[in-house]
Write a protein that binds this ligand. Structure first.
Ligand code: R5P
Length: 280
């Protein structure tokens, strides 16, 4: 068995290789002057292959398809570990005529692989478009990271409430939620609410931080409600468009994420979670 580390997930792939006591295949990734991608995978000979590649950009998706193609007729089986499944937020028709992006991505990926492993895909609807999916929950890991600290966890919206309930159970702390309305991809409004966080240390927990506007807005309300401090934690640190600056400027003291998307704030690793799923 070999592991192919996609360009988006080299650290997680090497952590998995260590845990599974297996080797990383030799890979070459290049970009041509016109932006097209080039992929070469060496040393695969009729064996099982685990490909590890998060989809955080369009190039990540194209590179993944080229990796699958490079493995054609060489891999006995392919398991695609896609720790962050991009495009999952477009999981239904929000208006007539749209693409259901995750449906297209699911079809494409599953046409090449035997199994797909992912972590906290955005919604049950998105999950429903896969037939070969093994779905893993990193919320217990986020919770354990805070175990022993006297905090209150806050979900910025109803959609993340169930996730935050799980994290809070593992952190052994209390939790509450806010109610967010998204006006468009750049604008969120959160209803003020009695939170009972006066003089509390608060951690806002979400599945994804993209622009950071959701957490920044939630942090503002939490601080206005008298919290002593605000931190935030997420599974997927997508961090588009100056998100970290936005969060720190909103008064968030610390931002923590897993390594599903590899960023300097990826302090929590999902490698053991994925390795045990692959072993079983
Ligand atoms: C939305 O439903 C998700 O759970 C996140 O709250 C959202 O993706 C965060 O996006 P942003 O950081 O751009 O506000």
């Amino acid at each position: 068995m070999k592991i192919v580390a996609g360009g988006a997930s080299p650290l997680l792939a090497s952590r998995l290789a260590t845990l599974l006591k297996t080797e990383l295949a030799k890979t070459t990734y290049r970009e041509f002057p016109d932006g097209e991608l080039y992929v070469k995978i060496e040393g695969i000979e009729e064996e099982d292959v685990i490909v590890v590649q998060s989809i955080n950009t369009n190039n990540d998706l194209v590179q993944l398809l080229l990796i699958f193609d490079a493995l054609t007729n060489r891999a006995e089986s392919i398991v695609a570990v896609i720790p962050y499944m991009g495009y999952a937020r477009q999981d239904k028709l929000f208006s007539e005529g749209e693409a259901i992006s995750i449906r297209a991505v699911a079809r494409l990926i599953e046409s090449y692989v035997d199994k797909v492993v992912t972590v906290n895909i955005h919604s049950k609807e998105a999950m429903g478009y896969f037939k070969k999916l093994i779905h893993l929950d990193a919320m217990p890991l986020l919770g354990k990271f805070y175990e022993g600290r006297s905090i209150t966890m806050i979900s910025p919206d109803l959609g993340s409430l169930e996730r935050v309930r799980v994290a809070a159970a593992h952190a052994k702390c209390r939790f509450d939620y806010l109610e967010k309305t998204r006006l468009d991809e750049e604008t969120v409004v959160i209803k003020p609410k009695e939170l009972g966080v006066k003089n509390e240390d608060v951690v806002i927990v979400d599945d994804i931080i993209s622009t950071g506007k959701t957490i920044a807005e939630a942090a503002k309300l939490v601080l206005e409600a008298g919290a002593r401090s605000v931190e935030c934690a997420c599974v997927h640190a997508v961090l588009a468009k100056q998100a970290l600056n936005r969060l720190y400027s909103a008064g968030v003291r610390r931002v923590v994420a897993t390594d599903t998307v590899e960023k300097p704030i990826s302090e929590i690793s999902v490698a053991e979670l994925i390795a045990s799923a692959l072993k079983s």
